[in-house]
Design a protein around this ligand. Structure first.
Ligand SMILES: *[C@@H]1O[C@H](CO)[C@@H](O)[C@H](O)[C@H]1NC(C)=O
Ligand SMILES: *[C@@H]1O[C@H](CO)[C@@H](O)[C@H](O)[C@H]1NC(C)=O
Ligand SMILES: *[C@@H]1O[C@H](CO)[C@@H](O)[C@H](O)[C@H]1NC(C)=O
Ligand SMILES: *[C@@H]1O[C@H](CO)[C@@H](O)[C@H](O)[C@H]1NC(C)=O
Ligand SMILES: *[C@@H]1O[C@H](CO)[C@@H](O)[C@H](O)[C@H]1NC(C)=O
Length: 445
């Protein structure tokens, strides 16, 4: 998402959506395991008293020591039982013989409340001993290898039988996404956000059919988006890469999608019609690509959509379809800036009941602002600047005051305001440049 300036509570929504992938690792392991939740919660008192009770698998214990040494956490090797002397960032689970197995390892200073072991950024690496953790479900590294750039090790593919969550976020990884990650067929969450990964997205990821969240954003990935289909994927983020080619129509088979962010790439072609079938989709951001028009007529079938951002795709010269957004009861953010749109603003946009942010700036829209815009009671941010709009501004004092500087109308040669609309008191030079009263007051005697 590239949208920054919007009124509350929208930033909260965007914030929640962008951290969804971060939040998932901590919930997946607790709630999605088919078994009863046998995870040890915090230091267990009965645990050390019961001398004949659970103990940690010896080979896994050695592997954890190796992994901790490789991240500069040598202190951990003084702990005689890693599942007993637990630290934040390690989770263990007993099997039926009361042998404890490591099911989750996390590293990195994520926030003030999550005190995972940090990595020594200059010499950390991922130890191959990790492949000896045969019960590992969650592996999480955040900001770990930034000053010791290294590829994502292909041996992680060997965790296939158990791994459900792999997060390598903001780690400085270089090189390609290893095709071996396609062996992680049980994976639900794959998060490789903000590394320096290059090469193309491996087709082998198609094998990970249970994927729920795929975040490859903020890398340097090239090539086209593979013709994948993930039936239960809900989060797809490939934004801020160098991806080219067209959006595969197979994306419409990801019927559980809630968020699709492909913004800031080099994608071409038109928006596939199959996307119109994604009934749960809440956020679609295709901004800053090279997608061509015309604008689809079917946006109204996206009944759950709250945010649509197509900014910076030169789709025109084309017009905004007059009924194109009809029925979108939940649409809160509509961004169609800099798209080479011509013709009038359809009055149907004024009937979108939930709209809070509307950007139509930087186009060649003409005619007047529809009277229906008076009904946009929730809009807190409206940009119609840099168009060819004419006539009187239809909204009144209350709306002008509500938006204040978030109302941008400049560089529309023909707009004017009515007396008593609240404009006179509220105009500041940056937002109002060039707009005068429709009925110029008579010169004073
Ligand atoms: C993992 O994937 C690679 C490449 O996709 C394949 O050659 C290899 O046999 C796989 N290994 C396992 C253990 O499945
Ligand atoms: C990826 O980046 C590395 C340098 O980090 C470079 O050597 C390699 O050629 C690049 N590969 C591709 C496919 O761009
Ligand atoms: C993508 O996959 C679908 C179904 O698996 C197939 O119908 C379609 O032709 C494929 N498209 C490309 C470009 O490979
Ligand atoms: C608005 O623009 C369209 C398309 O460019 C043009 O056909 C139409 O005549 C224009 N209308 C007005 C009122 O300028
Ligand atoms: C005014 O808007 C038009 C239409 O978008 C644009 O081409 C032009 O550059 C803008 N003028 C200024 C001074 O920004």
């Amino acid at each position: 998402m590239s949208l920054i300036s919007s009124p509350p509570p929208l930033p909260l929504l965007l914030f929640l959506m962008s951290f969804w992938t971060l939040a998932t690792p901590f919930t997946v392991i607790m709630s999605d395991s088919g078994e009863p939740n046998a995870l040890v919660e915090g230091p267990q008192t009965g645990f050390s008293i019961n001398k004949d009770g659970a103990r940690t698998d010896a080979r896994e214990q050695e592997a954890v020591y190796d992994i901790m040494r490789a991240t500069g956490n040598d202190w951990a090797t003084d702990i005689s039982d890693v599942c007993r002397g637990r630290w934040h960032g390690i989770e263990c689970m007993p099997d039926k013989n009361d042998v404890f197995h490591v099911v989750s390892l996390s590293f990195g200073a994520l926030s003030d409340d999550t005190a995972f072991p940090t990595c020594d950024p200059t010499r950390s690496h991922i130890s191959p001993s990790i492949t000896r953790l045969h019960y590992l479900r969650t592996l999480f590294f955040y900001r770990c290898f930034s000053y010791n750039p290294q590829p994502i090790p292909s041996f992680l593919g060997q965790l296939g039988p158990t791994l459900q969550t792999l997060v390598l976020r903001d780690n400085g990884h270089v090189g390609p996404i290893p095709i071996e990650l396609g062996n992680l067929t049980r994976l639900k969450v794959l998060d490789l956000h903000k590394n320096n990964l290059n090469g193309s997205i491996p087709v082998s990821l198609n094998r990970v059919t249970g994927l729920r969240s795929l975040d490859l954003s903020c890398n340097s990935l090239t090539g086209s988006i593979p013709n994948f289909s993930f039936p239960i994927l809900s989060i797809l983020d490939m934004s801020q890469n160098l991806l080219a080619g067209s959006i595969p129509s197979q994306i419409g088979a990801c019927l559980s999608l809630l968020k699709m962010d492909l913004s800031h790439n080099w994608l071409t072609g038109s928006i596939p019609n199959s996307i119109g079938g994604l009934k749960d989709l809440m956020l679609m951001d295709l901004s800053y690509n090279r997608l061509k028009g015309p604008l689809p007529m079917w946006f109204g079938t996206l009944v759950s959509l709250q945010t649509l951002n197509l900014k910076g795709n030169p789709m025109g010269p084309t017009q905004i379809p007059s009924e194109g957004f009809e029925g979108m009861k939940g649409l809160m953010i509509l961004i169609l800036s800099n798209m080479n749109l011509h013709g009038p603003i359809p009055s149907s946009i004024g009937h979108l009941p939930s709209l809070r942010v509307l950007h139509l700036d930087g186009n060649h829209l003409n005619g007047s602002i529809p009277n229906s815009f008076r009904e946009l009671k929730s809009v807190g941010e409206l940009r119609l600047n840099d168009n060819g709009l004419v006539g009187s501004i239809p909204f009144g004092r209350e709306m002008v005051w509500r938006m204040r500087r978030k109302l941008r109308l400049y560089n529309n040669s023909g707009l004017c305001y009515n007396a008593n609309s609240g404009f006179e008191d509220n105009l500041d030079s940056s937002s109002s440049f060039g707009i005068g009263p429709c009925d110029p007051p008579r010169p004073r005697p």
